[in-house]
Design a protein around this ligand. Structure first.
Ligand SMILES: Cc1cc2nc3c(=O)[nH]c(=O)nc-3n(C[C@H](O)[C@H](O)[C@H](O)COP(=O)(O)O)c2cc1C
Length: 218
């Protein structure tokens, strides 16, 4: 090996080692929370289960990662109401405080497909995020991954993921997909009477998404 090649190899190995150390130190100093947001009005059904699968995969990436699922199906709130004055509803009382927590480093947002679009609950959630834009973009630089569950194999899951990602770009978030096999995000197919765990391919994409979000937030 010539000298320059040896030096380059040495620097690369050193940088990689330093990088891992820095990641480990940063992770130890600052526990990182990944919030999962399930945007189906059907509490605890396929979307919530899929988001939970992604969160569990994320938690396995590093011991410093904490996860929490917010199932919007359990809450009552609506989207932007035109007045600019936001009501003190469940979004205000339950969701906002969690999103404002500085330990939150990432969001995994999941929506069912409704007529090849996101659910109105998901749209309401995205609209209410406008409350986090002042005095500055409080979600800036947070990592965001998306998943979608449809009743058809090709029911519009990727369209919904794209809609969520597009909305979240307005907050200067860092959008990631999943590992190979789930490049844009996780796509799940509810074809077995709401038992989404039977969709082995889709569940694998949810895990790929969670893993990628965790790696990115670290
Ligand atoms: C109003 C409505 C519209 C739907 N439209 C679609 C659709 O366009 N494509 C699709 O694949 N599934 C569609 N579905 C099926 C749901 O996406 C599917 O059942 C999903 O698993 C529901 O999520 P949940 O179990 O979390 O509520 C629709 C369901 C409803 C209620």
């Amino acid at each position: 090996m010539d000298r320059r090649k040896f030096m380059n190899t040495g620097v690369a190995v050193g940088a990689a080692a330093m990088g891992l150390t820095a990641v480990a130190q940063a992770a130890e100093e600052k526990p990182l929370t990944i919030l999962g947001i399930a945007c189906s009005p059907r509490q605890g059904k396929t979307t919530a289960t899929s988001v939970k699968v992604a969160l569990d995969a994320a938690a396995k990436v590093h011991s410093s990662i904490k996860t929490e699922l917010i199932d919007l199906g359990a809450l009552t709130f609506s989207g932007f109401n035109g007045s600019g004055q936001f009501p003190e509803d469940d979004f205000f009382k339950v969701v906002l405080p969690k999103l404002r927590d500085p330990e939150v480093g990432a969001l995994i947002i999941g929506s069912p497909v409704y007529f090849r679009n996101m659910s109105s609950l998901c749209a309401a959630f995205l609209e209410r995020l406008s409350e986090l834009r002042k005095p500055r973009l409080l979600l800036a630089d947070k990592v965001v991954g998306a998943l979608s569950v449809g009743g058809y194999r090709h029911g519009g899951q990727e369209l919904v993921i794209q809609q969520i990602q597009t909305g979240m770009l307005c907050h200067e978030t860092v959008i990631v997909g999943g590992k190979p096999g789930a490049h844009q995000g996780a796509t799940l197919w509810n074809s077995q009477g709401d038992d989404i765990m039977k969709d082995e391919f889709g569940i694998a994409t949810a895990r790929q998404l969670g893993t990628r979000v965790a790696e990115a937030v670290l």
